[in-house]
Write a new protein. Structure first.
Length: 145
């Protein structure tokens, strides 16, 4: 991922908060449009994952250890195929002292939430535009038929 991809995910994306990290994600629409157009796609489907570990979280040794633990957790839990999205994981200081199994569980949960939110976002928009549904025997409000 490039710097501009990180910026887009931070500014336009959604967030998932957990105890040891904050996960930012944004769907990649160009992957869907290229696939729908039937053209040969050089864009990878699935998740592109990046990490941001700032100096606030510790020295170089601690920051590198956080990145190594996160990379391994992502490698172990990464979905094979699914939604096309950019994901940025921003760890918290507590990641250093946490059991690795808990990190794997949180990363896995974050991927499940991202897949649910992004796959249901299209259905949610269609539902919002659907006509008013009434219970049986209930009259429509004035102005609607």
């Amino acid at each position: 991922m490039r710097h501009s991809d990180f910026e887009r995910v931070y500014k336009q994306g959604r967030r998932h908060f957990s105890a040891f990290m904050t996960v930012f994600y944004w769907p990649r629409p160009e992957a869907d449009s290229v696939a729908k157009a039937g053209q040969a796609s050089t864009v990878n489907r699935g998740l592109r994952i990046g990490f941001t570990v700032g100096r606030v979280l510790g020295g170089a040794v601690q920051r590198n250890r956080m990145k190594r633990r996160l990379r391994e957790a992502v490698r172990m839990t990464r979905p094979v195929a699914g939604v096309s999205a950019d994901v940025v994981i921003n760890p918290k200081k507590s990641l250093l002292t946490t059991d690795f199994a808990a990190i794997v569980k949180e990363v896995s949960r974050a991927f499940v939430v991202i897949e649910q939110k992004l796959s249901s976002s299209g259905a949610g928009k269609a539902e919002a535009r659907s006509p008013l549904r009434l219970r049986s025997g209930q009259a429509p409000p004035e102005g609607r038929s």
